[in-house]
Design a protein around this ligand. Structure first.
Ligand code: ACM
Ligand code: ZN
Length: 762
């Protein structure tokens, strides 16, 4: 397959044979014809009413910016781009009939007409979206074809977290424009979190004066210290009510409904810093807007026993509901740690008065009270899936983010509608490719392919749950973003894949075809000043020990590129050896590899510096699956999530390396890592022992780390070195977990991860 494609790529150039109707999301049905329709100064649109006129105008005006002509728009008579209402078509669907002299667009609603134009937009040159005047030679043409199209889901959402990173309004509008082009029809704005309050509420000015501002910190999000006494917050901002109206109107013109989220009862340090009287009286520390992860300060939440808290939230929601015409209001509800509720006399009194027996049910009471208020105003409440931990408020819609729909299906079992945004597939905060090439962020990897292949309907669901599934949401959490470009890097191209999951019929996936269409559309984003990741061109590696040798396996999620590599440390070129299958290294080597297509390098150069020692290539015995990394000759990076580290959580552990035969062991280095902000620490004790029979072991070294050494605030690889001067076949490493993270630590009270990347035996 790869070879056939490479020959094709060589002959035609990779982009030349991209689909001739390279639209994302892929239309349900396309019949290609012959020839082109040309837009020019004689092109005339004919629309039926004022709303269609507005839709056509937005499209026609873009020609004005780039081509020098603006197609005319009429509301009667004849023309060559004709809008025809056809009430028999499905909501948001459209029929597009492009001939060389005429384009007929049929739809039942405004969204359908708008989406037909988005399909045409994607078939025009990328320069159409540049806003820059082009020279007269540019052909503004679209291919002759017939398209019939309609969405799978009516709820196709993008969430932007503007609380962690305050995305400037001008950039948010750009995101909205791209989302609309991808036929996404909801924008969920996460307006409130511990890290900032981002919406003007006139009745509570301190939300803007205090809640919108935090300390700037240079550290990555989890490692940012909380505000210290005497510090003046210096980073932040908020959208004014005029800004919100502008955002809502801009989105509305593009068929996007903006859904505001006001978080409660947790993720509320920003409003509590402004109005600390809304916290439980059991909170005995200053409340500040959190620059980062916040540690135990995230446990400061709204008091459930204080009626003025509900009044405050209702007043806030009154202003919010007046600004957002959306039928939905998201009221948060996630990750509420109830430390202070448990100690609060008011919360206790509330539980007694309302006959509530658990803190979870107290949250149920809290959410139901606000949810009922939202419903009383004619709006539909939405909340995160933690609400399935207690009795669900009436009619609430659940956003499933944990697992792959277990919690959401709990809601469905009770007849509630839900939206799927599983963290492990649709949280675009995560790495999107081999981590060594990515900006620093959290957790594991979600590649473009992972997103593209996501099927929201789970086989474990009862059939009737599918009827309650409203759609999906790509969630862009912005903990690690500091610029709009950082947001774009995480969003694109993954949002293109999510748009297909949301729009295209179930099961209708074509990874190679999608890539070809993405290759055509990504330059359009660039023309709009929006950067995107090229992670899909980078190489994943897996090095495994194999009888004293190391097997090198490389892969790229793009099937249409070649991997070429060297093993002598030289830069890979289009003429370097073609990688076709895993190969073995018998001795030290520096493997350098990159992807190529059409003779051009596409991805970053992967460098695998494989060092051999007496343990390299030997088998490891342990209770973790990826213990092979300990003897694969490759060190991990200072990111313990880079798949070169083997981890043990919250308990003591051990592993044994079989050196194959009795071996002289003079020195042993065990690679450990400390990432204090993520609860990763070195062991409090390491013990090394040797054996000839893997049964009776003799201790040959111990290393003890003090409490201060274990819990140092830093991210660093910290090797434990043992001078052993012994012999044996089996080498055992036993380690002691230091217990819970101490008071004042980023992860105070949480269990500790211990990770090792390599054992070096000399
Ligand atoms: C969430 O990720 N806490 C909704
Ligand atoms: Zn309380």
């Amino acid at each position: 397959m790869r070879i056939i494609l490479s020959i094709a790529a060589f002959v035609c150039g990779i982009y030349a044979w991209a689909a001739s109707v390279p639209v994302i999301p892929q239309p349900v049905s396309v019949t290609e014809g012959v020839g082109y329709f040309n837009f020019d100064d004689a092109t005339t649109f004919v629309v039926e009413n004022a709303q269609q006129l507005k839709i056509a105008e937005m499209f026609a005006d873009k020609f004005g910016e780039t081509s020098g002509f603006v197609p005319a728009i009429k509301t009667s008579g004849d023309g060559n781009v004709v809008f025809i209402t056809d009430a028999s078509l499905p909501a948001e669907g459209y029929k597009l009939d492009v001939a060389t002299d005429k384009i007929r667009i049929a739809a039942a609603d405004n969204a359908g007409f708008f989406y037909a134009l988005q399909t045409l937009r994607q078939l025009l040159p990328a320069a159409f979206d540049s806003g820059i005047a082009q020279d007269g030679a540019m052909k503004w043409q679209v291919p002759v074809m017939k398209v019939e199209d309609q969405p799978r889901f009516g709820f196709r959402s993008l969430m932007i977290d503007v609380a962690r990173y305050f995305l400037p309004k001008s950039e948010l509008l750009k995101v909205i424009d791209v989302a609309a082009m991808l036929k996404i029809n909801k924008l969920h704005l996460h307006l409130v979190d511990d890290t900032g309050w981002r919406i003007e509420i006139k009745r509570y000015p301190k939300l803007m004066q205090v809640g919108a501002w935090r300390m700037h910190r240079d550290e990555p999000f989890p490692a940012r210290p909380n505000q210290r006494p005497g510090e003046e917050p210096n980073e932040g901002g908020y959208y004014t009510q005029d800004d919100i109206r502008e955002i809502v109107a801009f989105a509305g013109e593009r068929q996007i409904e903006v859904i505001p989220e006001i978080e409660m009862p947790a993720h509320t340090s920003s409003s509590l810093a402004a109005y600390p009287e809304f916290a439980c009286p059991s909170v005995d520390k200053p409340i500040t807007v959190l620059p980062g992860g916040g540690g135990v300060n995230t446990q400061f939440i709204y008091c459930a026993g204080n009626d003025s808290v509900y009044t405050f939230i209702q007043n806030v929601l009154d202003e919010v509901m007046a600004l957002f015409p959306s039928e939905y209001i998201h009221i948060g509800g996630d990750e509420a740690v109830k430390t202070y509720w448990a100690k609060c006399p008011r919360c206790k009194a509330r539980m007694e008065a309302e006959n509530i027996s658990s803190l979870e049910d107290l949250q149920g009471y809290f959410m139901a009270r606000i949810s009922d208020y939202v419903r009383s105003k004619g709006k539909k409440p939405i909340a995160w899936d933690e609400l399935t931990n207690h009795k669900l408020p009436d009619d609430i819609i659940i956003y499933g983010w944990r697992g792959l729909g277990e919690a959401a299906s709990k809601a469905a079992a009770q007849g509630h509608k839900f939206v799927m945004t599983p963290a492990r597939v649709l949280y675009f905060i995560r790495y999107q490719g081999p981590q060594w090439f990515e900006p620093y962020t959290y957790f594991g990897n979600i590649t473009l392919k992972d997103v593209y292949e996501y099927e929201p309907e789970q086989s474990s669901w009862k059939p009737e749950y599918a009827q309650l599934l409203m759609g999906i949401q790509a969630s862009m959490w912005t903990e690690f973003c500091r610029t709009p470009g950082d947001v774009y890097h995480q969003l694109f191209p993954r949002l293109l894949a999510a748009s297909e999951v949301a729009w295209c019929p179930k099961g209708d996936r074509d990874w190679q075809g999608f890539l070809q269409r993405a290759d055509v559309q990504l330059p359009r984003l660039q023309a709009m000043g929006i950067n995107h990741a090229r992670s899909m061109f980078n190489i994943d590696h897996k090095l495994t020990p194999a009888d004293g040798k190391v097997q090198v396996e490389m892969s790229c999620i793009r099937p249409d590129v070649e991997i070429r590599y060297s093993t002598d440390g030289t830069e890979p070129t289009a003429k370097s050896k073609l990688y076709e299958k895993p190969f073995e290294l018998k001795k030290q080597a520096v493997v350098k590899a990159a992807t190529f297509s059409g003779g051009k390098r596409e991805g970053e150069v992967l460098v695998l510096d494989v060092a051999f020692n007496k343990a390299t290539g030997c088998e490891t015995q342990s209770n973790v699956a990826n213990d092979y990394v300990l003897t694969n000759g490759l060190r991990g990076s200072d990111r313990h999530s880079d798949f070169e580290w083997a981890g043990w959580y919250g308990k003591d552990g051990s592993f044994v390396i079989d050196l194959g035969r009795r071996t002289s062991i003079k020195k042993v280095t065990v690679g450990c890592i400390n990432n204090s902000s993520m609860g990763v620490h070195i062991p409090s004790e390491l013990k090394l022992s040797v054996s000839d029979d893997n049964k009776s072991f003799k201790t040959v070294g111990t290393k003890t780390n003090t409490h201060e050494e274990v819990f140092r605030t830093r991210t660093a690889i910290e090797d434990a070195v043992f001078d052993t001067n012994t012999k044996g076949r089996y080498l055992k490493v036993e380690f002691t977990n230091p217990g819970k993270c101490p008071v004042g630590d980023f992860k105070e009270g949480q269990d500790v991860w211990i990770y090792f990347d390599e054992v070096i035996v000399e």
